[in-house]
Design a protein around this ligand. Structure first.
Ligand SMILES: [Zn+2]
Length: 116
């Protein structure tokens, strides 16, 4: 508990001790100068991360991206015949799903007509 209090009364920019705010949100910095410096530092970190993202350095770490690449590789692997078979299988599943959704919609419409 005492550690937490000490942290709250340390300037997040220069580390100087600051008096805790009497009311409202605990103060993060000792003054305007440090508050602005901290804001600029955080802005720079955001810009740096954005730049990394645009260069593709972080894209590899994105969750889910790897599995999409694996899927793509799996889909485009194999002979033309195998790829056609995979496409047909996906199309068949989509048609089944479409039919099932239409059946569900019709059931809902029928039920609402009975209720009305
Ligand atoms: Zn400070």
């Amino acid at each position: 508990m005492s550690v937490r209090v000490t942290k709250l009364t340390e300037c997040a920019s220069c580390g100087a001790e600051i008096e805790p705010a009497a009311t409202g949100r605990p103060r993060e910095t000792c003054g305007d100068r440090c508050r602005q410096a901290l804001w600029r530092k955080r802005e720079a970190e955001v810009r740096k991360r954005e730049a990394q993202w645009h260069r593709g350095e972080q894209r590899r770490e994105e969750p889910g991206r790897r599995s999409i690449q694996d899927l793509r590789r799996a889909f485009f692997s194999g002979s033309a015949e195998e790829q056609r078979a995979k496409r047909d299988e996906i199309a068949r599943r989509l048609r089944e799903r479409d039919l099932e959704l239409r059946r569900q919609r019709d059931r809902c419409l029928a039920e609402s007509e009975v209720a009305a």
